[in-house]
Design a protein around this ligand. Sequence first.
Ligand code: ADP
Length: 296
Amino acid sequence: DLLVVGSANADLVIGVERRPGAGETVLGTDLAVHPGGKGANQAVAAARLGARTALLARVGDDDYGRLLLDSQRAAGVDTVGVLVGGAPTGVALITVDPSGDNSIVVSPGANGRLVPGDVRAAASLFHASRVVSTQLEVPLETVVEVVRSLAPDSRFVLNPSPPRPLPQEVLAACDPLIVNEHEAKVILGGSCVGDRPEDWARILLAKGPRSVVVTLGAEGALVASGAEVSRVPSVKVDAVDTTGAGDAFTAALAWRLGTGESLADAAAYAARVGAAAVTRAGAQASYPTAAEVEAL
Ligand code: ADP
């Protein structure tokens, strides 16, 4: 089984002609509200593929929290680990301009109240999970507690987003650490790392993770473990909306690793899932079933 520990947000989206400056008001389109947050997205993506998936997260006792719980249940996610209360549900206020660029303000809300004690109280979920997948939209001390709570034979997958420097204890547990170009640069501390993603993968691997995956958007991905760095072929599709593609990729990879697949094979499958996700609008709404991945 797959356990996702992470954030759940309501994405509040308004289209604008241009963004307001300080003290200014502009009119936008009707409000659209979508379930989001990296943890919630990953759990839905995995469950839609057919993975037995549980989510450990925290939402507020409010309508957005109920929206998030509903979307998890509709996808078939086990929500026994979704805690309610302590702060309002996390919210992302998103404006989208005509060129498709986003500006986003995130209020972590209840995500910031997912504390190490919540992780310790979920010991039975950890014991039932072969793979545990986490991101950084919850407190770092909670992620540290996740690493300490892993069952002896279970695997830890981390997408460090939003990126920040990681304690050695967390880095050393990653198998793999999954980063895009921006995340790679932050984790490497802005140090000069060469132009080639192969170089970033090697330098990241030398920092302690058991394996590394670098995602490269339309170019596919790289996997690195031991002394080897190999390319994961990209899948050619007409991209409509890349929102949440990275979360779908990570979820698919984590699930396939849990079924015993090699890192290279799991990443190749995940690249197909990521590609399928960019062919439709939205994050969770764009996630494919296993049959849709096969048909790609
Ligand atoms: P993030 O959203 O974290 O920046 P990426 O944009 O690299 O992540 O996307 C994750 C994965 O999804 C990529 O490694 C790739 O396999 C797939 N993907 C993303 N964009 C495209 C695209 N335009 N065409 C095909 N595959 C894509």
